[in-house]
Design a protein around this ligand. Structure first.
Ligand code: PEP
Ligand code: MG
Length: 587
């Protein structure tokens, strides 16, 4: 194993979740599909072995290439690990056993290789010798590459990190992020992605630092490297020197002092200096996050992303399974409200185990996703709506539809909701008959017709993550254009103001649940524009509450009014940043 300090390399990316972490790296190469398991016809068995041999050759070539690059960029010592990887590929026991298993079972070669390599990984990881235990990591890496070469698939190893690790990945899909072993992830660094990708949202909810858009980072590090991840400045420092470690130790101490200040504000009410109360709620994806919601004293759940129940499942959860999960959340929060969002599957969040429901689309972000998917697959939608209604008997539930693009869609969804209510009544199943229904405003057409939607909505929540992407035509997860993803673009500000004004004219409250709501730099701007509440990853609640208690609403209004007259997104950002820094000492 390498010791820290040699050949320090600093790589710049985008800051996505604040905090500093120091530890060893786990490199994760994302895969999209699982290893299929099928019988190979007798007449295709020779070709199957040939396929395996070809994959081994390709893997060897890839590893040699990476080794050469690492040698060039980081030095020969850093490249030694790849020699160990090449040795795994020559391990006759591993390869011979795979072929023997294939000959005796006739299952496809990926399945056999997966079985055998998993057995080896298991065996090595249990050995009471550090050097040999580390070989398990080598075999795992190599096995992933072989499987990728066979199929473009790799097993998802994020769910079983060997120890506390900094995850360095080419990309992390929503289903991968749902799989991350939360107690073992120290930080997240990705080649691709942007600040609003779901992996980042997950990192924030886990309170782990994240840096995204660090192109090629997966090629520059290897398993076991030591690194510092600075989520404030968006950098990863590979093999940090003693001096760097010392400097970061100091920074971390200062941040800790600041955090303890934040935690003091945590138990105080979220009221501005001029006496305006602000509703601060939490976004959650999984039941496990409830503890943080409680610890950080959220006023309720402003966004429950229910699709995470489905993402890694091979089948749709039943009405009963969903009901029990929702009930847990609702009961934990009662009497505070829980806004349950109906399925936002599809697009960047397809169901990994159910590709037939999500055929490949050229423009998935604009495809059959969220409410569109639900209005096509009404049985799936109805199961969920009934489960949400049933949970409403146990506390205060509000139902919210995602990706509403106009009145017609809203009317269709509501008609289906009414059918579900009738069905539950027939079953004598209790539910809150006055359940409030609202819509996310995250598509420009919904923003433009907020007044029309207001007629059938009890509340709105602005999804700035998507609204910005559609308004500016900037893919929210494409790092090549991440610099164009500008929350302070005048078009965004004007649209936000238009939504808030139209909603208020109709007497409908409007909150924000996109990532902007949890970023203290944007909080005064949003409040100044008139939004009634903010919902964010629970981990952000203390900083936002601290800021709310350190500012006046009158100043926030003046900031928003001035920002509305400005033209440059960068200057507007700088204005917001200065407002924040003046009220909160961050360094
Ligand atoms: C949003 O789009 O802002 C939002 C909150 O929803 P998601 O990030 O789940 O798309
Ligand atoms: Mg959205």
């Amino acid at each position: 194993m390498d010791s820290p300090g040699k050949n320090e390399v600093i790589v710049q990316g985008l800051s996505a979740s604040q905090g500093i972490a120091y530890g060893q790296v786990f490199v994760f190469i994302q895969s999209d599909v699982e290893v299929p398991n099928y019988q190979v016809d007798a007449d295709k068995r020779i070709a199957e072995v040939g396929r395996f041999e070809k994959a081994l050759v390709s893997t060897r070539q890839q590893i040699s290439k990476i080794k050469g690059e690492v040698e060039k960029n980081l030095g020969p010592e850093e490249a030694l690990i790849f020699d160990a990887h090449l040795l795994v590929l020559e391990d006759q026991a591993l390869i011979g056993e795979t072929i023997r298993e294939f000959e005796s079972t006739g299952r496809n070669i990926e399945t056999c290789f997966d079985h055998v390599s998993s057995r080896y990984i298991q065996a090595f990881s249990e050995i009471d010798d550090e050097y040999l235990r580390e070989r398990a990591g080598d075999i795992r890496d190599v096995a992933q590459r072989v499987l990728q070469n066979l199929l473009g698939q790799a097993e998802n190893s994020l769910s079983r990190l060997a120890d506390k690790r900094i995850i360095v990945a080419n990309d992390v899909s929503p289903s991968d992020s749902a799989n991350i072993d939360r107690s073992e992830a120290l930080a997240l660094v990705t080649d691709s992605g942007s600040r609003t990708s779901h992996a980042v949202i997950m990192a924030r909810s886990m309170k782990v630092p994240a840096v995204v858009g660090v192109r090629d980072v997966t090629r520059r590090v290897k398993n076991g490297d030591w690194a510092i991840v600075d989520g404030y400045d968006g950098i990863i420092i590979i093999n940090p020197s003693e001096t760097t470690l010392f400097r970061y130790g100091k920074i971390q101490e200062q941040k800790k002092t600041f955090e303890s200040l934040l935690l003091k504000a945590n138990s105080q009410p979220a009221i501005t200096l001029d006496g305006v109360a602000v509703s601060l709620m939490a976004n959650i994806e999984r039941v496990e996050e409830l503890q943080m919601v409680k610890d950080y004293q959220a006023a309720g759940i402003g966004l429950y992303r229910t699709e995470y129940l489905y993402l890694n499942s091979a089948r749709i959860p039943t009405e009963q399974e969903q009901f029990l999960t929702y009930k847990k959340v609702v009961e934990a929060l009662a009497p505070n409200p829980v806004i349950i969002r109906s399925l936002d599957l599809g697009g960047d969040k397809p169901m990994a185990g159910n590709p037939s429901l999500f055929p490949k689309e050229d423009n998935p972000f604009m495809g059959c996703r969220a409410i569109r998917f639900c209005l096509v697959h009404t049985e799936i939608f109805k199961d969920q709506l009934r489960a949400i209604l049933m949970a409403s008997a146990y506390g205060k539930v509000q139902l919210m539809y995602p990706m509403i693009s106009g009145e017609d869609e809203l009317a269709k969804a509501n008609a289906i909701l009414e059918e579900c209510k009738v069905e539950l009544k027939q079953r004598s199943q209790p539910f809150d008959e006055k359940i409030e229904v609202g819509a996310m405003i995250e598509i420009p057409s919904a923003a433009a017709t907020t007044d029309l939607l207001a007629k059938s909505c009890a509340f709105f929540s602005i999804g700035t993550n998507d609204l910005i992407q559609y308004l500016l035509a900037v893919d929210r997860v494409n790092d090549r254009i991440a610099h164009l993803y500008e929350p302070t673009h005048p078009a965004v500000l004007r649209t936000l103001k238009q939504i808030v004004d139209a909603a208020h004219k109709a007497g409908v409250p409007v909150s924000v649940c996109g990532e902007m709501a949890g970023d203290p730099v944007f909080v005064p701007l949003l409040l100044g524009l008139g939004v009634d509440g903010l919902s964010m990853s629970p981990a952000w609640l203390p900083s936002v509450k601290y800021l709310v208690r350190a500012m006046t609403m009158a100043d926030a209004k003046a900031l928003a009014a001035e920002a509305m007259t400005m033209t440059s997104p960068k200057e507007i950002y700088a204005k917001c940043d200065a407002f924040y820094r003046k009220r909160v000492s961050v360094e």
